[in-house]
Design a protein around this ligand. Structure first.
Ligand code: ZN
Ligand code: ZN
Length: 350
């Protein structure tokens, strides 16, 4: 077995704490990775607290992993020892269905999440990246450009691809006016990526205190979404809107901002449903409301390469893993700009 240490949730209510455990022995198609950094995603917190269903314990979150290859199995062809690599939200899928054949492993009915899923072959729970080591099938390992700061690149593996994939799918580019609703971990990545794709980017936020930061991140304009007059002035003015807000809210004012045939894509899963959008708002301009989940492996690699070319990473606050519980409390208050990243070297302190 492969020895590893981690911070784990032993029940839904207690703070995460240190845990020694074993990962599977590397198989011929596996890559063994020494973890350097792991981003802290809202999904980690929701899952650790059983908010998305009861998880097996101990539970190790973390799916924004950057590290270096420690060893490779005999059948591994794309990776060498010492390379900078990443692992996102998936570590396996059937690789045979239509979704997998189309490079959309995230929509495979049998995709295995990086944490909390049944490991292929053993059925044991998968353990995430709040750890010093991980063993992952080659197909699900990504190359991280050496030119990027590896700590700030970690959030690209979830927040980055979650925003990049819909921007590409709905063909965002030059000459378009694109809205980003919410300026958190996802929203700040969406601003940087949409800007680098050549779009004119407008941030919708409820807090006037975020205006300067939105512009620093690359937004051309900022609209305070609680200002009804400001929202009315944007009617029919957007080619695409990416809505990153998970809290339940009225979608109608944003739908009204879409041009004919335009789409607003939802990324957050609210704990309680959003109020139903008005059907009339969609009918009269043939508008759509859609959803999108992370991105496939090939597209995740494309995103990392795109970020390498454009020098894009997340704005982060680097923490030792001993501060993870405080970080969770601060995330619940949106008190982070814009992503916590764990320095895995701190695990040596226990
Ligand atoms: Zn995530
Ligand atoms: Zn599949």
């Amino acid at each position: 077995m492969t020895h590893a240490s981690a911070y784990a949730a032993f029940d839904a209510a207690s703070p995460l704490k240190y845990w020694d455990f074993e990962r599977r022995d590397p198989r011929p198609d596996d890559v063994e990775i020494d973890i350097l950094f792991c981003g802290v995603c809202h999904s980690d917190l929701h899952a650790a607290k059983d908010e998305w269903g009861v998880v097996d314990r101990p539970f190790v979150p973390g799916h924004e992993i950057v590290g270096r290859v420690k060893s490779v199995g005999a059948d591994v062809t794309r990776f060498k020892v010492g390379e900078l690599v990443g692992v996102g939200c998936m570590v396996d899928s059937c690789l045979q269905c239509h979704e997998c054949e189309d490079g959309l492993e995230q929509y495979c009915n049998h995709f295995v999440p990086t944490y909390g899923g049944p490991e292929a072959g053993t059925g044991k729970q998968t353990y995430g990246g709040y750890s010093d080591r991980v063993v992952v099938k080659e197909h699900f390992v990504l190359k991280v450009p050496e030119t990027l700061d590896p700590a700030a690149a970690a959030p690209l593996l979830c927040a980055g691809i979650t925003t990049y994939s819909p921007l590409r799918h709905w063909k965002v580019g030059p000459g378009q006016r694109v809205g980003v609703v919410g300026l958190g971990g996802l929203g700040h990545m969406a601003v940087k990526l949409a800007k680098a794709m050549g779009a004119q980017v407008v941030v919708f936020t409820t807090s006037a205190s975020k205006v300067d930061d939105a512009k620093r991140l690359g937004a051309d304009e900022v609209v305070i979404s609680t200002d009804a007059d400001a929202m009315a002035a944007e009617a029919g003015a957007f080619d695409f809107i990416l809505n990153t807000v998970a809290a339940p809210h009225n979608l109608d004012p944003f739908i009204a901002c879409l041009k004919r045939d335009a789409t607003m894509t939802m990324l957050g899963v609210p704990a309680a449903p959003h109020p139903s959008p008005s059907v009339a708002g969609m009918i009269f301009k043939r508008r759509s409301v859609a959803g999108s989940l992370i991105g496939g492996i090939a597209e995740t690699q494309e995103m990392l390469d795109f970020c390498g070319v454009h020098g894009i990473t997340a704005d982060i606050e680097l923490i030792p893993i001993q501060e993870i519980n405080t970080a969770y409390e601060r995330m619940l208050k949106s008190d982070v700009k814009y992503r916590f990243v764990i320095d895995a070297a701190s695990l040596a302190q226990g």
